[in-house]
Design a binder for this molecule. Structure first.
Ligand code: FAD
Length: 330
């Protein structure tokens, strides 16, 4: 591993002061679950690491919703009573991340900003688009776990489980840098790859930090979150979905409106307006859930080895809808 300086920032002001304008030269470090592996694999070689574990790690009330500090550990998100009551899909996503050890170390900020798990990106021998190269190796290579939406030029899938419910609940991220703070909607934070910005997955500037996730009041929304893995052990999901349903009346079975966001299918959390339209105004039944799941995968473009993900994602969406509606998953 290349030697680096370590700054133990006491607060967000000190942390921001220790970052710089160059990408990946000075990097924040939370639990280090992602970053340390990248350093050891020579994928990322910063000159300086800035400890951000002393940033806010609490949950506070904010305008009827909740404000989560980015230094909060995932285990604490998973076990937080108010998060579980108000945003069950966030708690469900947190509890399924990795292993107890990973959830005890990993932070919210680190989870959202972790880099892709693509095996070409993670291997120093492959100089892909994301590392300044001129190609993505996955279309002609081993692409079992890559994107089925988005059409490149990079076919990574976004690795963060928390990002998907945050987009579904319409969360806002607070970013701070030397120019002050700015608020960015979760849906606008994650960026699709283009030739110009292919090395990045989000709009965070190199001298900025993500300090808080602000969740709006949930209202009387019902939620479902369903992840599909190869085995019920620690690994990233093959595909997953968060579904939010606003039902007509407190006991109604008809969805007034819906939010459907899929994970592990695209370079960003992938919202399906087709599925949302298929649910709006309909009674939620096994048939409407299946039809919406079918709609969610409209336009999927699998690569040579990942067509199976289309069916897996459909199943995740269908089951998340049934779960949200309180119907049995058969
Ligand atoms: C076996 C295994 C299984 C896993 N399964 C899952 C899974 O199912 N779902 C999932 O989501 N993850 C999964 N992970 C990944 C793990 O959850 C992440 O590595 C972890 O959440 C990262 O958090 P951290 O605090 O350790 O981040 P770090 O490693 O400290 O940082 C990660 C990145 O975020 C940046 N960063 C950190 N904090 C901030 C901040 N406040 N503002 C801006 N940038 C910041 C860092 O510079 C770095 O680039 C798994 C990991 C392993 C090893």
């Amino acid at each position: 591993m290349k030697p680096f300086a370590y700054v133990n920032a006491a607060n967000e002001k000190e942390a921001v002061a220790a970052l710089g304008k160059d990408y990946e030269k000075a990097l924040p470090i939370g639990g280090g679950q992602d970053l340390l592996a990248r350093l050891k694999d020579y994928v990322t070689q910063p000159d300086r690491l800035v400890n951000v574990k002393n940033l806010d790690a609490t949950v506070t009330r904010a305008n009827g919703g909740l404000k989560i500090g980015s230094a909060m550990k995932m285990v604490d998100v998973a076990e937080h009573a108010e998060i579980g009551r108000m945003y069950p899909a966030v708690a469900a996503a947190a509890i399924e991340v990795g292993t107890p050890q990973i959830r005890n170390q990993g932070t919210v900020g680190g989870n959202i900003n972790q880099r892709p798990r693509c095996w070409y990106f993670r291997n120093e021998e492959f100089v892909c688009y994301k590392k300044g190269g001129n190609r993505c190796f996955s279309p002609q290579g081993e692409n079992q776990f890559h994107a089925i939406f988005g059409s490149g030029p990079s076919y990574i899938v976004h690795p963060s489980s928390l990002a998907v419910p945050f987009v579904a609940y319409d969360a806002t991220f607070r970013l701070v840098g030397p120019r002050g703070e700015r608020m960015v909607k979760a849906a606008d934070y994650f960026t699709m790859p283009t030739k110009e910005n292919v090395e990045r997955e989000n709009v965070l500037e190199p001298d900025e930090l993500l300090t808080h996730v602000i969740l709006p009041p949930p209202g009387s929304i019902k939620s479902g979150h369903y992840e599909v893995r190869y085995k019920t052990s620690h690994d990233w999901p093959i595909a997953f979905a968060t579904v939010l349903l606003a039902m007509a009346g407190s006991t109604g079975s008809t969805a007034q409106s819906a939010r459907v966001v899929m994970g592990a299918v695209a370079p960003v959390p992938w919202r399906s307006k087709e599925a949302e339209q298929a649910l709006a105004g309909k009674p939620i039944t096994p048939e409407t859930a299946a039809a919406a799941a079918e709609a969610a995968l409209t336009g999927a473009e699998p690569l040579s080895q990942n067509a199976y993900k289309v069916q897996v994602a459909k199943t995740a969406v269908e089951r998340a809808i049934l779960q949200a509606a309180g119907l049995p998953i058969t």
